[in-house]
Design a protein around this ligand. Sequence first.
Ligand SMILES: [Zn+2]
Length: 294
Amino acid sequence: MSDVPTTLMVFVDGLGLGAPGPQNPIDSTRFPVLAAMLGSAVALDATMGVAGLPQSATGQTALLTGVNAAKVLGGHREGFPNAELRQIIANHNIFGRLQSRGYRCAFANAYYLRDTHARGRLRHRSVTTVATLSAIGWVRDEDYLERGEAVYQDITRELLRPRGYRGPLISEDRAAEHLVGIARKHDFTLFEYFQTDIAGHSGDMALACRVLGILDRFLGRVRELIKAAGGLLVVTSDHGNIEDMHSPAHTDNPVPLFAEGPGSGRLLARVRSLPDLVPALLELYPNRSPGIPV
Ligand SMILES: [Zn+2]
């Protein structure tokens, strides 16, 4: 089983591959890690053959299930998944499918459940939350965060301060160490970063650069640590946004698939659109649980 990868997938919301120019903050001078990763990434079609601008609920469902959710719904759906998508996510998500093959999966994001806002968000469940609760059955909370066994969605925990968090803020390097620590204990680990999409919608170039700086430092360290651990790093997105700060809307640009480590060649050769990723990942994990349908 030594050839089965330890995979860390970093899902970055709203990060497309755009032409260079004044609208695109991502350049190699400011964000060398990110620019290099995007430079070596494969371009994925985020429209999934459906008219209109790609959106999060359908894009993320496709990325985490392999089902072309935009085609199923007959359009792109933003924000949170509806009942039909939640059903697809519950039945087909990558966590559940790997677990049924005998592998350990983790969603590394921390949920801050001490305030009512967060509890409300658990009611309005994101694609990743639906996948995690249906397959894994629980989410990492503030106790995990305090032990360094979860990563907050903004990486540094700064956005937790207004919500009552009294613990320390952490560096991108430290957050990367926490994330790779989780990845080393599992066969497949997912982390979701969506400040890129929020910054893209804001139209605020300074905010976009701040967010990209955090992501750049974080991914730089994640990449080093995963490489040292002999793992597979996958970085991808659901649709474009932050690469065109002249428009607050999503873009129809392709999104990057960056992969490095064992199995990366097969992923990069096979995946051309969002729904291609799950089947390609599953090929890297042979069934360890004979008799259980997968
Ligand atoms: Zn968005």
